[in-house]
Design a protein around this ligand. Structure first.
Ligand code: SF4
Length: 335
């Protein structure tokens, strides 16, 4: 959907619609009086399109995406999608975490788009911008109907998530995997519980995500784990890397893909402000490591990724047996 010229207005307290302006669109903002959604506002909109074409210049290994949400209550301090909130005249910091756009008509729209003669049934990636199993999904329940639509159209798809809520839809995913390719990826950057609370405060714990991997693997899915982001000076030490890879291996993952933290504009300011509050001693080291732009030096990335590769071999990631009948991981995600 296009957001050009649309503005989000004030929110309200209580379980009432808030004043909202999205030019030319029916929409309303809601808050919910439950501890889970404290301080959050959900802006319900009716999207005009739902299958999005990835720009040709993008280097990601997929061409089509579905994003039923904008913004993410998982609130990871490093989230690279933060800047996209600025296109909505919202900020990339707290607004991204607490003001979530919900495309309430996404499932119905998807069914219509899947039967258009122009649609070629290409693989669709989900969870590539923001997490489609973020906490809002517990309330809006868009994903079951989205998966059902893809299943009925026998359209291949992939999901990348930190949300253990995905297990709610396990039976639907199994049904879909019987008729098309379904690729499931879980993001686990580190199993350090203290670091998790600091950097991913709205997400299910790493242990919950590992249990999700195990359940999915036992159900016959070939689960890939995106070990991302690996945080310089916080989760990149040999012991930290090893405990994470070992836990992922024990959870039955089929593969591990390490990605070192990148700090693009939007995420960069928010992350460095967080770092200055909680780990001020690391700020000069980060300024040096990221002095060349959004990425740390290639040599650093290669060293960390080589360590992870060695660990995956040592711990036998991907050597466990999987049911080959109903899973396919043919188009890896980069998250
Ligand atoms: S779960 Fe993903 S989309 Fe959500 S805040 Fe974290 S990194 Fe961003």
């Amino acid at each position: 959907m296009r957001w050009d010229g649309q503005r989000v207005g004030a929110s309200s307290d209580g379980d009432q619609p808030a004043e909202l302006t999205l030019f030319g669109m029916e929409s309303c903002g809601r808050t919910f009086d439950t501890p889970e959604f404290h301080g959050m506002t959900f802006y319900e909109v009716r999207a005009r399109t739902i299958i999005n074409k990835v720009p040709a210049a993008s280097r990601v290994p997929f061409q089509w995406t579905i994003n039923p949400y904008r913004g993410c209550g998982h609130a990871c301090v490093y989230c690279f999608a933060r800047r996209t909130h600025e296109y909505l005249d919202l900020d990339a910091g707290h607004d991204f975490d607490s003001k979530v756009i919900v495309k309430v008509n996404a499932p119905e729209l998807l069914r219509k788009e899947l039967v258009k003669p122009s649609w070629r049934g290409e693989p669709i990636a989900m969870g590539t911008n923001v997490d489609c199993y973020q906490r809002a999904e517990g309330r809006y329940q868009l994903m079951p109907r989205i998966i059902a639509a893809l299943r009925d159209a026998r359209n291949p798809f992939s999901i990348l998530t930190k949300g253990a809520l995905l297990l709610r839809d396990l039976e639907l995913l199994r049904e879909a995997a019987q008729v098309t390719d379904v690729a499931l990826s879980v993001s686990i950057g580190s199993v350090d519980a203290e670091l998790w609370r600091e950097v991913e405060p709205g997400t299910p714990s790493p242990q919950a995500r590992l249990r999700m991997c195990r359940t999915l693997a036992d159900a016959g899915f070939s689960v890939s784990v995106l070990m991302a982001p690996i945080l310089p000076f916080l989760s990149d030490g040999p012991e930290r890397l090893e405990e994470t890879v070992r836990a992922i291996a024990e959870a039955g993952a089929a593969s591990v893909t390490p990605i070192v933290l990148h700090l693009r504009p939007g995420a960069r300011e928010w992350y460095l402000a967080w770092l200055a509050r909680l780990h001020p001693e690391l700020v000069p080291r980060y300024q040096s490591l990221y002095s060349g732009g959004s990425y740390p030096p290639r040599a650093y990335q290669q060293r960390v990724c080589a360590m992870v590769r060695d660990l995956t071999e040592r711990h036998g990631v991907g050597t466990q047996r999987h049911n080959p009948r109903n899973m396919a991981h043919r188009y890896p995600l980069t998250g």
